[in-house]
Design a protein around this ligand. Sequence first.
Ligand code: ADP
Ligand code: MG
Length: 346
Amino acid sequence: MNATASLQPAAIEIVALTKQYAQGKPAVDNINLRIASGSYCCLLGPSGCGKSTTLRMIAGHESVSSGDILLENRNITDLPAAERGTAMMFQSFALFPHLSALDNVAFSLKMKGVDKAERHAKAQDLLQRVAMGHLADRKPAELSGGQQQRVALARALITQPRVLLLDEPLSALDPFLRIQMRAELRRWQKELGLTFIHVTHSQEEAMALADTMVVMNHGVIEQVGSPHEVYNHPSSEFVARFMGGHNVLETPDGKIGVRTDHMQVAPASDDTTDAPHTKRAVITDVEYQGTYVLLGLQKAGATYTAHTTAEISVMVSEATFAQRPYAVGETVQLRWAPTAAHPLPA
Ligand code: ADP
Ligand code: MG
């Protein structure tokens, strides 16, 4: 059986990897990363931070400017895409509309010159594995979104990759299907025992899927960890803000991050100086969200108008809010437990 994650072999190891498209700051800037074999890894970050470039360099669809990429200790940096042991799944699955599911899956074998009987047998086998064997003759338009995703998965798997690369595979789907499809991706990844590297700009998607999240910003890696680690211990102001659900507060000891659901609200005291682990603030928004109420607040003393946007958010349970409702314009005292505060190095 598997030992701890740290003892598992790396499926992918990235060493000092850089991509410079043009003059100026590199799109990917000297990153190092180990991705454990058989894990679900999400590359997460805002648009333009270098996620796709990183993925394309792993796939062999983009040359590297410097650095190395190893797949199971084999240096694949300069190998052609087809010889790397990786396969790519694209946005919206990118199936050929005029081909049957079977021919879509068999396509890359056809390109390799494998004869029809053999490639069809292999494709049928894979469709069977993703529970699509009975729909092998259908065209993509005759399949549901979920079924199309399974065909796309089978098509990627036919090259027997060690690592499956997915670039925003769910982004173009409607929200309902997106949530269904991500649960299915996760299930297939576990069942196949393959390493998945999935690029997304959605924190929610990464948290739902990843064993390991890699948060990127401006071509560098800001933090690597499990969703739980990253969410509960953001290592920088960028990560805290990007993950959401956190307030970034200035304190005499520097910036701290506190989860919006780890702050309490109380009526303001007469003392206008902030005791440790408290802050006076004025309520700017009250939003009912069903199970909780989201309060938007502005530091006390800042000029407040009807157009002021909140700089602090606090999640209050519906029951707590019902006991003591707060109104826009009210001054309150925010509190948090010292253990709820995480220092955020500049
Ligand atoms: P992400 O996938 O995180 O949105 P990308 O990896 O696509 O980001 O892009 C990272 C940076 O590299 C961006 O500034 C983008 O404009 C630039 N870039 C991406 N592809 C190219 C290219 N083919 N030529 C020049 N610049 C590119
Ligand atoms: Mg991208």
